[in-house]
Ligand binder design. Structure first.
Ligand code: NAD
Length: 345
């Protein structure tokens, strides 16, 4: 396995491989950058096919956290952790406590939180060994950041609509949402309240059916969501959804959603731009969650202040899209550059 010349290696400050024989823990923590503060990023538990896949994921995700926190104006750096295990079969309290000791060994340079495969209960177990855990609903917070993530996506989407369609209102615009789980369902309700018409899909047909009825939305199959005659496409399910093929099928003129790493490859950003589809960079639009998780680390949790911070996503998206238009570049490229400027400045 290569590390320093790995394609996803980006001058990461520290990469720690942790192993605990008794519990079967095999984990990697990547600290990408701590110039703005401790490296915060979730713990992903996933049965990676190989150690190299796990390393690829943790390197890419930790760098993404650096950029996300920098553009959300948080006093945080970027990090991420992965455990190579099936969360349904292999995860045990002993394994999570061993993970807690690994996090503790970094002395606060890395702060962990929930991610796919790990939940609030797991964070409580990790907390038995280290205080460097967030997302436990401390200080009056709920512990579920998804309403904040959804509101941030809503703000980003409004900004993108202003840039692409020259209007402030969402009334009558058609929005397709892929995935109506935690974030997607909140987003759907917010868009419905703003007068948008919704086209929804999910592989979980039961929860989809309930939401479709509640909001009077149209439902389509997961395979056909990309062909929907809509103005906006909001990916809120999984990453790498924007492949070249999907990009060519889209009828929407704005893409803005919550999913992490929506672009299957960086080149897709150029393809969206060439098709005149305005892409709101995922890590800018979905930063509401990390803004909320950061607020939970402090004694005085003020929900209104968190919401106001989340709403600053509007200004960040405005800045990115204005610069992208002025320089005729795609917004993903501009967002990365802006993040690097903030890190260096
Ligand atoms: P979730 O698991 O609650 O919801 C995802 C939904 O997508 C589920 O209902 C699932 O059934 C559905 N889905 C999965 N594959 C699908 C497919 N092929 N087609 C249609 N639907 C599909 O997750 P979430 O917390 O709502 O997060 C959604 C996305 O946003 C994820 O990519 C996550 O990484 C990202 N994100 C979430 C947060 C947060 O605060 N929860 C913050 C930042 C980013």
């Amino acid at each position: 396995m290569r590390v320093f010349d790995h394609p996803e290696f980006d001058h990461h400050q520290q990469i720690v491989f942790g192993c605990d024989e008794t519990s079967g823990l095999r984990a990697i923590i990547a600290i990408h950058d701590t110039r703005r503060g401790p490296a915060l990023g979730g713990l992903r538990i996933y049965p990676y096919a190989s150690e190299d896949d796990a390393l690829t994921d943790v390197l890419r995700l930790s760098r993404g956290m650096t950029y996300k926190s920098a553009l959300a104006d948080l006093p945080l750096g970027g990090g991420k952790a992965v455990i190579i295990a099936d969360p349904r079969r292999d995860k045990t309290p002993d394994m999570l406590r061993a993970m807690g000791r690994l996090v503790e060994s970094l002395g606060g340079r890395y702060i962990t939180a929930e991610d796919s495969g790990s939940g609030e209960e797991d964070m409580r177990l990790i907390r038995q060994e280290t205080l460097h855990v967030s997302g436990l609903g401390q200080g009056g917070a709920s512990g579920d950041p998804s309403p904040f993530t959804a509101h941030g996506v809503f703000c980003a989407l409004k900004s993108a609509v202003r840039h692409r369609f020259g209007r402030d209102e969402l009334e009558g615009l058609r929005v397709a949402i892929q995935g109506v789980g935690h974030v997607g369902a909140h987003l759907a309700r917010e868009l419905h309240a703003a007068g948008a018409d919704l086209v929804l899909t999910d592989v979980d047909r039961d929860s989809l059916g309930i939401l479709v009825e509640e909001l009077g939305a149209q439902s389509v199959t997961p395979e056909t969501i990309f062909d929907a005659e809509v103005d906006i496409f909001a990916p809120c399910a999984m990453g790498a959804v924007l492949t070249p093929e999907v990009t060519d099928r889209l009828k929407a003129k704005v893409v803005c959603g919550a999913a992490n790493n929506q672009l299957a490859t960086p080149e897709v950003a150029g393809r969206l731009h060439a098709r005149d589809i305005l892409y709101a960079p995922d890590y800018v639009a979905n930063a509401g969650g990390v803004i909320e998780v950061e607020a939970q680390r402090h004694d005085r949790y003020d929900r209104d202040a968190v919401m106001r911070h989340v709403e600053r996503i509007t200004a960040t998206v405005d800045e990115i899209l204005t610069r992208a238009r002025r320089e005729d570049r795609n917004p993903a490229e501009v967002a990365d550059q802006l993040a690097r400027e903030r890190l260096e400045g």
